[in-house]
Design a protein around this ligand. Structure first.
Ligand code: FAD
Ligand code: NAI
Length: 471
């Protein structure tokens, strides 16, 4: 075997966490390699996550809108047809363009891209099983694990990615199923349910808890979201547990039970999406060779500088603590390299936005009301509905509201929760306010252009410490 090549930093995993850290290390003048096994860079996010889902969400929304929401706008359309194969092709083109873009950035920043599966041989050496056959070894002064996450399986339901699917299969169905049942009313469940319902499927979502949206979504917002999605045709069964399931012939059958026990029923569909959360992925990494352990939720344990108990081995992204979000992974990637290079880095875990890309979008940052109550914090609530916003009115898109929570004593903003058109863009302003420690009055006294949706954000701030003008 040839001598292992030496690097300042070796990344295992070329997802958002891994590729961003690799580019940053290259920019800092370090010798860096990134090992990725899927044959394409960008990880879950670019290949089977954020990007393909947003492509389908955008185009299915356009289709749905053209079918159902043009007449009142004075647009008469004729023969509207779905070409699913073309919609999938458009999605694939977005994905391919972006993954190729990262390869280009790797070259630009002198990152060695190694296509293969990496496993620890020792604390400084990673053995790589190459995608094209053969093996090689690399040595890293620093090694960063960025191996991401995988869909949590539902016991007893075998995933075939055609009838019983994870998000990956749900992003690539070849035809619109007559009926779809979704286990889990979190973000993946609701985004994918929206796509297929808009394209014509009868979709039912089964959620164990009493509210949809997954962890973090404010209850008021979750209730409004559910109402709006129901109006769009989605069916929900909350407080309901799936006890077992099986695929037989052309249908998948699930047995349901009221979460608190009692009522049983059966539901059938042509496609079943399992969306009950994701879990860290560390299989085959050779962790046993270096004695690094996982916690009870299979996460790699780290300190504040992302170090495992072997200090030159760090962990970032979905395979460790914190929300499983691409932008969180990206922040950690930059910070981890800064810790290595300069000894300090920065991620504010209190100001990481969440966005659900349904229509309308739902977005939030900071704490929700239930969390503040539980922490015993006294707070003010300000809200502003989009029905009272001039731009939303002219766009005929008035569903939703902005809700702001601020400290009762100091007026410092503690949380912002939005359901409405473009909420995902608007939350950037909220995140900046939170990051800078703004009060609701700071936001309310900042001039916002008219007529814009962002004025709803300003007026929610006004109503938090004083009164909104337009409601
Ligand atoms: P990953 O992206 O999972 O990357 C890890 C990479 O490591 C993978 O490519 C894997 O092949 C590779 N790997 C694993 N083990 C090895 C090994 N031993 N050797 C070599 N390579 C290895 N987040 C958002 O912020 N916004 C969204 O809109 C959004 N939408 C999503 C939609 C869906 C359907 C899903 C499933 C997720 C979505 N996410 C979204 C979450 C987002 O995709 C993840 O948070 C993000 O991808 C995490 O990045 P990561 O680099 O930690 O892990
Ligand atoms: P999730 O944690 O958001 O939601 C899972 C839901 O399933 C929860 O509401 C939970 O109560 C429910 N559930 C769990 N077990 C169940 C059972 N047996 N029966 C019925 N319901 C059950 O997880 P999800 O939707 O799978 O997404 C995983 C992660 O992927 C998200 O937490 C997020 O980090 C990321 N993601 C982010 C997106 C975005 O930012 N727009 C889009 C998609 C995914």
């Amino acid at each position: 075997a040839t001598e292992a090549e030496d690097y300042d930093v070796v990344l295992i995993g070329g997802g958002v966490a891994g590729y961003v850290a690799a580019i940053k290390a290259g920019q800092e003048g370090m010798k860096v390699a990134c090992i990725e096994k899927r044959g394409a860079l960008g990880g879950t996010c670019l290949n089977v996550g954020c990007i393909p889902s947003k492509s389908l969400l955008n185009n299915s929304h356009m289709y749905h809108q053209i079918l159902h929401d043009t007449k009142k706008r004075g647009i008469e359309v004729g023969d509207v047809k779905l070409n699913l194969a073309q919609m999938m092709k458009a999605k694939d083109e977005s994905v391919n363009g972006l993954t190729k873009g990262i390869e280009f950035l790797f070259k630009k920043n002198k990152v060695d891209y190694i296509k293969g599966t990496g496993a620890f041989a020792s604390e400084h050496e990673v053995r790589v099983n190459l995608v094209d056959g053969g093996e090689m070894s690399v040595r890293g002064k620093n090694i960063i694990i960025a191996t991401g996450s995988e869909s949590t399986p539902f016991p007893g339901l075998e995933i075939d990615e055609e009838k019983v699917v994870t998000s990956t299969g749900a992003l690539a169905l070849k035809e619109v199923p007559k009926r779809m049942v979704v286990i889990g009313g979190g973000i993946i469940g609701l985004e994918m349910a929206s796509v297929w319902s808009r394209l014509g499927s009868e979709v039912s979502v089964i959620e164990f808890l009493g509210q949809i949206g997954g962890p973090g979504m404010d209850s008021d917002i979750a209730k409004q979201t559910q109402k709006i999605l129901q109006r769009q045709g989605l069916k929900f069964k909350l407080n309901t547990k799936v006890t077992s399931g099986e695929a037989s012939g052309d249908v998948v059958k699930l047995e349901l039970e009221a979460a608190k026990g009692g009522k049983n029923e059966t539901i059938e569909a042509e496609v079943c999406l399992v969306a009950i959360g994701r879990r860290p992925y560390t299989a085959g990494l050779g962790l046993e060779n270096i004695g690094i352990e996982l916690d009870e939720r299979k996460r790699l344990v780290i300190d504040q500088e992302y170090r495992t108990k072997i200090p030159h081995i760090r962990v970032i992204g979905d395979c460790t603590f914190g929300p499983m979000l691409a932008h969180k992974a990206e922040e950690e990637a930059v910070a981890a390299i800064e810790y290595i290079k300069k000894g300090f880095g920065h991620v504010n875990y209190g100001a990481i936005p969440s966005v659900m890309y349904t229509h309308p979008e739902v977005a939030w940052v900071g704490q929700n009301e239930a969390e503040l109550k539980e922490a015993g914090v006294k707070y003010n609530v300000g809200t502003f509905p989009f029905t009272a916003n001039s731009r939303a009115k002219t766009n005929l898109e008035t569903d939703g509201m902005v809700k702001m929570l601020s400290d009762k004593e100091t007026d410092r903003i503690l949380g912002i929760h939005i359901i409405g058109p473009n909420a995902g863009e608007m939350i950037a302003e909220g995140t900046l306010a939170l990051e800078y420690g703004a009060s609701s009055e700071d936001v309310a006294r900042t001039c916002h252009a008219h007529p814009t949706l962002a004025e709803a954000f300003k007026e929610a701030a006004m109503s938090t410490y004083s009164h909104a003008i337009h409601s």
